[in-house]
Design a protein around this ligand. Structure first.
Ligand code: SAJ
Length: 437
């Protein structure tokens, strides 16, 4: 690949990260082949449509597909640059440990190895435990003994291998893909430079080179940092509930200190990143990670705390109809993976059946676990008209803008703090009576 010619790129995995990445690279003028195991996903993209909700992604994909810059396939083909963006879930072992599962990364590596040629660059973007890029390199070396592999040869290697984690926020993916800084970790400095030249084509943020292991750890650290800080906010909210304090007021006041910036409590931490990645660090150094492990526990406990309080409120008002607002793992997205809101609502559904109504504007239908529970999906207007109890689980804008006049007489459990003017339910056991302004 000469630096002045546009490389052909193959993006392996067309999910929440892979598809936007493929589209942005195509917009920069490269010809991109997107690879996915799902024929449905491939067909959708080849029609110029998308299978995920993300701001502005539909127009971008439609544009690059119609200009012939992006196509999708279930079959790998030769390219100059391979970007691997497949999931790295964890598996719970028999001993209760959370072990990272890198089998999709290795499967992608096996595919790439079949078409790799001298001059190619292989970049792993999936969140990965430290050492994964080395394992990918070893796998490629084993499958392609004809190629000189970086770190394993004294000569100039035939291919370059690097790790460059994505760090984009769902809901702002296209903007952050272009504008965020990137850490690019090469198996060797030369690998990092080759990958850097590629990212410079479509990233406006600063691209900083390092080694592969440091880049892997950096990604995990970013999400663990966030998890620990959210755990602090969630712990404060549980303490405040016990003490009868308004946690939002306490945090608002504390954050007026110039060096304090407490994050926002919620019903727990969801999504496929912040609730998962800290385990990769714990698994790598179990003896040295009491804080990170505890933070995970606090954030999971917050979900149980919310379930208990919601149940108490519903039980204390046996005639009341209940609306659970939101199923997504955070505001204004259609992503329900590892969502505390979804988990809390399904627990309430199993316990209270048809008394529970779900408002989720981002879901065409209720997820599978609600089948046969008697729960119905309604819109926010119906909820405000017919339900006496509102349980706010997601801070979607459409909920945030509901004026006090339409909810002043409701019993509200607001786990996200979106309605600071709402009269407060003070104690679970007095739920119907003990409202304060
Ligand atoms: N949350 C809170 N309180 C807060 C902030 C978040 O309860 O103050 C909850 C959210 O409701 C949600 C979860 O945490 O359930 C995670 O949401 P998020 O918006 O903080 O982050 P994600 O998971 O959407 O994306 C994160 C981002 N990482 C960081 O901000 C360090 C993103 O930049 C990463 O690219 C992404 O993980 C990823 O793919 O790893």
């Amino acid at each position: 690949m000469k630096s002045d010619t546009k490389p052909d790129v193959c993006v392996v995995g067309l999910g929440y990260i892979g598809l936007p990445t493929a589209a942005v690279i195509a917009r920069a003028g490269c010809r991109v082949l997107g690879l996915d195991v799902s024929q449905t996903v491939v067909d959708t993209i080849n029609r110029g449509e998308i299978h995920i909700e993300e701001v502005d992604l539909d127009g971008l994909v439609q544009g690059v597909v119609s200009r012939g810059l992006l196509s999708a396939s279930t079959e790998i083909a030769a390219a100059d640059v391979f970007v691997i963006a497949v999931p790295t879930p964890f598996e719970k072992t028999d001993t209760g440990e959370h072990a990272p599962d890198i089998s999709y990364v290795l499967a992608a590596g096996r595919s790439v190895a079949t078409v790799l040629k001298p001059g190619d660059v292989v970049i792993l973007e999936s969140t990965s435990p430290v050492g994964t890029t080395d394992r990918l390199r070893d796998l490629i070396a084993e499958l392609r003994p004809d190629l000189r592999i970086p770190g394993l040869t004294r000569d100039t290697p035939d291919v370059s291998i690097a790790y460059c984690p994505e760090r984009v926020l769902p809901g702002r993916i296209l903007e952050e893909l272009t504008n965020n800084d990137r850490s690019i970790g090469g198996i060797t400095p030369r690998c990092a430079r080759k990958a850097l030249a590629f990212y410079k084509r479509f990233v406006r943020g600063e691209c900083v080179t390092t080694d592969a292991r440091s880049a892997e750890m950096t990604k995990l650290v970013e999400n663990a940092y966030r998890d620990v800080n959210i755990a602090f906010a969630n712990e404060l909210s549980m303490v405040s509930d016990r003490m009868g304090l308004d946690v939002w007021e306490v945090i608002r006041l504390a954050n007026r200190h110039p060096r304090v910036n407490i994050l926002t409590p919620g019903p727990g931490v969801g999504g496929h990143c912040i609730a998962v990645d800290p385990w990769f660090i714990v698994h790598g150094a179990p003896e040295d990670t009491p804080l990170i492990r505890t933070a995970r526990g606090v954030n999971d406990r917050k979900m149980s705390h919310v379930i208990a309080r919601a149940e108490a409120l519903v039980e204390a008002n046996p005639e009341a109809k209940v609306a659970c607002l939101g199923l997504a793992f955070k505001a204004n997205i259609d992503d329900f993976r590892e969502s505390p809101a979804r988990f809390v609502t399904s627990r309430l559904a199993r316990k209270f059946g048809s008394r529970i109504h779900v408002v989720e504007p981002y879901a065409a239908e209720l997820p599978i676990e609600f089948t046969d529970t008697g729960v119905t999906q309604i819109d926010i207007d119906d909820a405000l008209e017919t339900c006496e109890i509102l349980i706010v689980l997601v801070d979607h804008d459409v909920f945030r803008v509901v004026p006090l006049a339409e909810r002043a007489d409701k019993l509200v459990y607001d786990t996200r703090g979106i309605w600071p003017d709402q009269p407060r339910v003070v104690r679970d056991e007095d739920a119907r009576l003990a409202l304060t302004a």
